[in-house]
Design a protein around this ligand. Structure first.
Ligand code: GEK
Length: 244
């Protein structure tokens, strides 16, 4: 299945239901995320780079909320450490079904275990690399700390968490400016004002962004002594947190 052009919100939809990662989204997902998330391709590529740096022999690497496995593939092709299986997890059965085909068509040698589950229910252990690439933002805010605590507990010393998120800003004018620049990015990538407005309404109860400060605080609470932003474009950022 070659990725289709995303036109899910191109016509007026009347009553909008909450955004879901269903089969319609799966079919357009690579096009949707590339045209919607500034820096997505760079972040995915650098996840490969970071995984190569941090993967330890005989440990697990996790891609939590893997969608179609872009970060999994980036890691699979860059990790040099021996015996490093990648465990890729997503709770959308449509995503996992298609991700399995992507993995089967890929020639990478590292074993990939694909699991259809809520990331809150899976064991995370003996990990050296854990990726949350634009996934935590879809989890209930009250559950986010518990997930980070389980990741911290499951990481080996020297292991890394890569956390990418859409972010908010405390300063209201700056927050609005970042949203405007993001929407300009989407417009330049061919989305109409109607598509931008309808997607925004569909996702507003589903994707809850927080400030970088809130993420830093929570990472600290979960046990990570230090964390920092390694990439940011407008209101999209990626952080690393290392377990000492
Ligand atoms: C990429 N990381 O291409 N448990 C498991 N999966 C979940 C949960 C949950 N509780 N909540 C949401 N998801 C990918 C992109 S997309 C980001 C990640 C986006 C899954 C959801 O099904 C979807 O596949 C993914 O998290 C978010 O590098 O679309 O903005």
């Amino acid at each position: 299945m070659s990725p289709k052009h995303d036109d899910i919100y191109a016509s007026p939809l009347g009553e909008l239901s909450d955004f879901r990662f269903d089969q319609d989204v799966v079919e357009v997902f690579p096009d949707m995320i590339k045209r919607s998330v500034p820096g997505y391709a760079t972040i995915v590529g650098m996840i490969g780079n970071l995984a190569e740096r941090y993967a330890q022999t005989g440990t697990n690497c996790y891609d939590l909320g893997c969608s179609l496995g872009a970060a999994t593939l980036a890691m699979r092709h860059r990790i040099k450490a021996a015996n490093c299986p990648i465990i890729a997890i997503d709770n959308s059965s449509a995503m996992v079904k298609h991700c399995a085909k992507v993995m089967a068509a890929d020639s990478g040698e590292l074993p990939v275990e694909l699991i259809c589950s809520d990331i809150q229910d899976v064991d995370i252990s003996n990990a050296s690399v854990v990726v949350l690439n634009f996934t935590l933002q879809f989890i209930d805010i009250n559950q986010r700390c518990a997930i980070l605590q389980r990741i911290y507990a499951g990481l080996r010393p020297g292991g890394v968490l890569i956390l990418s998120e859409k972010v908010a800003f405390d300063d209201a004018p700056h927050h609005e400016l970042m949203i405007e620049l993001h929407h300009n990015f989407k417009r330049a990538n061919g989305y109409s004002d109607l598509e931008i407005a309808q997607k925004r309404s569909a996702i507003e109860n589903v994707l809850i962004p927080e400030t970088l400060e809130a993420h830093r605080e929570r990472l600290k609470q979960a046990g990570f002594a230090s964390s920092d932003v390694w990439f940011q474009c407008f209101n999209f950022a990626s952080m690393i947190a290392i377990k000492e």
